[in-house]
Design a protein around this ligand. Sequence first.
Ligand code: PEP
Length: 253
Amino acid sequence: MRSKAVVGNWKLNGSLGSNEALLKALLQAIPQGGPVACAVCVPAPYLAQARDLLEGSGIGWGSQDVSRFEKGAYTGDVSGAMVAEFGSRYAIVGHSERRTVFGDTDEVVVAKHAAARRAGLTPIFCIGETLGEREAGRTEEVLARQVDALLAGGAEVLKGGIVAYEPVWAIGTGKTATSQQAQEAHAFVRGRIGSKDRGVAEQLPILYGGSVKASNAAELFAMPDVDGGLVGGASLVAEEFVAIWRAAGSAGR
Ligand code: PEP
């Protein structure tokens, strides 16, 4: 059976004080060794704090991006090795905000994915279409392009990794994809990967992201190809995030 995960993406939010309160509340509710992995991807300056509070707990941590470079004159970048040095397990790559605001191309995202793997991190590879692309009937074309860029390196690059389908029009907008829309996209992505390597595709957790809340999580997570969630806004509110994590555990599949 595929593993499931619920991962929080804090984006550009937090402070030492508010992080501590949030993480302590999560620690109260999330035990070690549950059937659904739980993690938070925090701004890089807070990786040490995440490690100090979460080490030995059932909650993992990681970064929201990673440099495609190992070291050198790349001002502002944070390497995979640096992220890993703080005990991180995960690194988000290709988030739509990195793609649109910071200009990460498919090529850059693939290089970041490889850099995360080299550092021993589990990349969370984000893909998704914009509203214009969906309305133009181009959803599958866009997902295929994004996935194929990665698959060019062989399907084994996805072994042990995670994919997150995040329709751009649903991120931070309060508009969630219907469970049917999510399932269709996830099945398409799994099929695309499966055409290269069925075993990798079957084992690959594909998370849904885009305005996941406690109120819609159970319906989304009940879909056969939805293996949990990547959660932005709701991951900043302990009760919401815990309820979403619990919904993944009780989804009947
Ligand atoms: C995200 O940042 O990955 C995300 C899905 O955000 P939100 O849950 O706020 O839509």
